[in-house]
Design a protein around this ligand. Structure first.
Ligand code: C2O
Ligand code: CU
Length: 577
């Protein structure tokens, strides 16, 4: 694998290898081409490991998206079998979301395109084909998505990729005697960071930002540094906090992300380790000892897996020289966070996680929601567009499950009635629900609706997901945006106005494939009265952009109407004054 450097040294007679941490390349702009492919990676001495990746044989590039930008992505499937690609955590329409219904046939290319609406944060992409997610992810198709926005850009934070800002995809995997990846047997005893085993990295002696993802298919990490130093969490799955939160341990379940700051300012020449303190994981978390003996039959590999119940090293860190213009202090304030108030919810939805055969299936499952295993043809929930809902997840099974929902970022209201720890009060799309725990979260389902294509909710332990701990929901209503506004999809696209709701201006963008003799863009109010004519002229083919500042009009709902002789489209926007 390119960019991987192997340094081998003989220590005390053992062959001890330390490998420099692999840092994926970045891609940015508005056009992204990803080619999913098979490869081989030399992870051990001897046989190479069969892996999968995007634009390479293992892992995928880090995609850098700017909030408000329109991105067009081509995903070519060259792995020789069906798969999908899901943009985990992003607020995009069901069609572009890449769930199990958006199958990319081998040899075909899928072309999602959308406006990036999310706040600055760390997200990721991975396959989501039903019953194959675990295999495709574990073999290596995962990549980071870094979203940037103006609010984040104004802060004094490290943000030079690979210099003071590092993506860390933490995984544990199982390998067989010929170094091949084993799926679903609970013997995941090899820790890896960005697919590097026994990884080390050199960080500069200053404040360093870590974008940490738990990319494991099952394991929960309890992160900390070997010198027990304090570090600061500055953001959760979907955005930054209002201020840094200091800690010396961080629990991170599969698919959760955390942005961390660690101050290495006075540590030049020293070495520390990033570890998972598996000996102090909470009850029912995958990775404790004795999980399988509490009830039922032990799954084959779990009890003999030496990582379970133990502390282990993920990443060796050598502190090197300071860079130019280093960030040397932890900022005291970050961004405005406005949690959704419980009073805004119009509905509470209850979901129960059970194992149909409780006595036998303490870890391996299969598990189900509300007694029903996932069925591609069954819509389990219907949500009304624009509604704010509380989802209440009760876990009656013996193992903790990381619950994930597509489309939205949510705020956790409580765990068994108790307000969650400070670092769980920000924007989230995954929450670990422990054995006999009830977690309530609140979310608003806005912008995207589709009568046909559902969004998913599921456990992000990939074996559980593949075996049926997943459900799907439709968002019903008239979507503000691309999905129902395309009249002639091949000739004309009206992109979602952004921001929306807006104050003081929104940007309206559309694309014409052929020039139009006469095109108009008008704003109407909710009673159909013409408010303003923004365009009424000949328009050439290409992308057009126009801003509307709301004029002297009051707060409320307005409609953008685009019209030519051939087609018509409209879109709802909301002005807030
Ligand atoms: Cu990260 Cu539905 O997935
Ligand atoms: Cu689960």
């Amino acid at each position: 694998m390119k960019n991987l450097i192997y340094i081998t040294s003989v220590i005390f007679g053992f062959l001890y290898a330390q490998n420099e941490l692999f840092i994926p390349e970045t891609m940015s702009g508005n056009e992204f081409n990803l080619s999913l492919q098979n490869g081989t990676t030399q992870l051990f001495d001897g046989d190479a490991t069969e892996t999968m990746g995007a634009n390479g044989g293992n892992l995928g590039p880090t995609l850098i998206f700017e909030q408000g930008e329109f991105v067009n992505i081509n995903v070519a499937n060259n792995i020789g079998e069906e798969t999908t690609i899901h943009w985990h955590g992003m607020h995009i329409s069901p069609e572009n979301d890449g769930g199990p219904h958006s199958v990319i046939m081998p040899g075909e290319t899928w072309n999602p395109n959308f406006t990036v609406m999310d706040k600055a944060c760390t997200m990721w992409y991975h396959p989501h084909l039903h019953e194959k997610t675990n295999e495709h992810v574990t073999k290596g198709i995962t990549g980071f998505i870094i979203i940037r926005d103006d609010e984040e850009a104004a802060l004094d934070l490290p943000r030079t990729y690979g210099v003071d800002d590092f993506p860390l995809n933490l995984q544990t995997k199982q390998f067989d005697a010929s170094n091949q990846i084993v799926i679903g047997e609970h013997g995941d005893n090899v820790p890896m960071v960005n697919s590097t085993i026994d990884a080390f990295v050199e960080f500069p002696a200053q404040v360093v930002r870590l974008r940490v993802l738990n990319g494991s298919s099952m394991r929960v990490f309890n992160l900390g540094f070997s010198n027990n130093s304090t570090f600061y969490q500055i953001g959760s799955d979907g955005g930054l906090f209002s201020e840094p939160i200091s800690m010396d341990r961080l629990l991170l379940a599969p698919a959760e992300r955390a942005e961390l700051l660690v101050d290495l300012g006075d540590m030049t020449g020293e070495s520390i380790e990033l570890k998972s303190y598996g000996s102090t994981l909470p009850q029912s978390a995958y990775g404790i000892t004795g999980l399988s003996t509490m009830q039922g039959v032990a799954p084959s590999g779990y009890n003999s897996n030496e990582l379970n119940g133990n502390d282990f090293i993920l990443l060796g860190i050598n502190v090197g020289a300071q860079t130019d213009n280093p960030i040397l202090t932890i900022p005291s304030l970050l961004v405005d966070v406005t949690p959704i108030d419980e009073s805004e919810a119009t509905l509470t939805r209850n979901l129960q996680i059970t194992a149909p055969n409780m006595m036998q299936n303490s870890i391996t499952g299969p598990f189900v929601f509300d007694g029903q295993s996932f069925d591609m043809n069954v819509i389990n929930q219907t949500v009304q567009l624009g509604d704010t809902e509380i989802w209440e997840i009760f876990n009656m099974s013996m193992v903790a499950h990381p619950f994930h929902i597509h489309d939205v970022q949510f705020y956790i209201l409580d765990r068994n009635g108790v307000i969650p720890p400070e670092n769980e009060r920000g924007r989230k799309d995954v929450v670990l629900v422990k054995n006999m725990e009830t977690v309530r979260f609140i979310a608003k389902f806005e912008d995207h609706a589709d009568d046909e294509v559902p969004y998913m909710y599921h456990c992000h332990m990939l074996q559980h997901e593949d075996e049926g701990l997943m459900g799907q929901f439709i968002v019903e209503g008239e979507s503000v945006g691309i999905d129902n506004s395309i009249t002639l999809p091949n000739d004309f696209v009206l992109f979602p106005a952004y921001p929306n709701p807006f104050n003081p201006t929104t940007t309206i963008r559309f694309k014409l494939v052929t020039s139009q003799q006469n095109a108009s863009l008008r704003i109407y109010d909710i009673s159909g009265r013409l408010v303003e004519t923004l365009l009424n002229e000949k328009l050439i083919a290409g992308e057009h952009e126009i801003k509307w500042n709301g004029g002297n009009n009051p707060s409320g709902v307005y409609f953008i109407s685009f019209e030519t002789g051939e087609f018509f489209s409209n879109q709802k926007i909301i002005l807030i004054k």
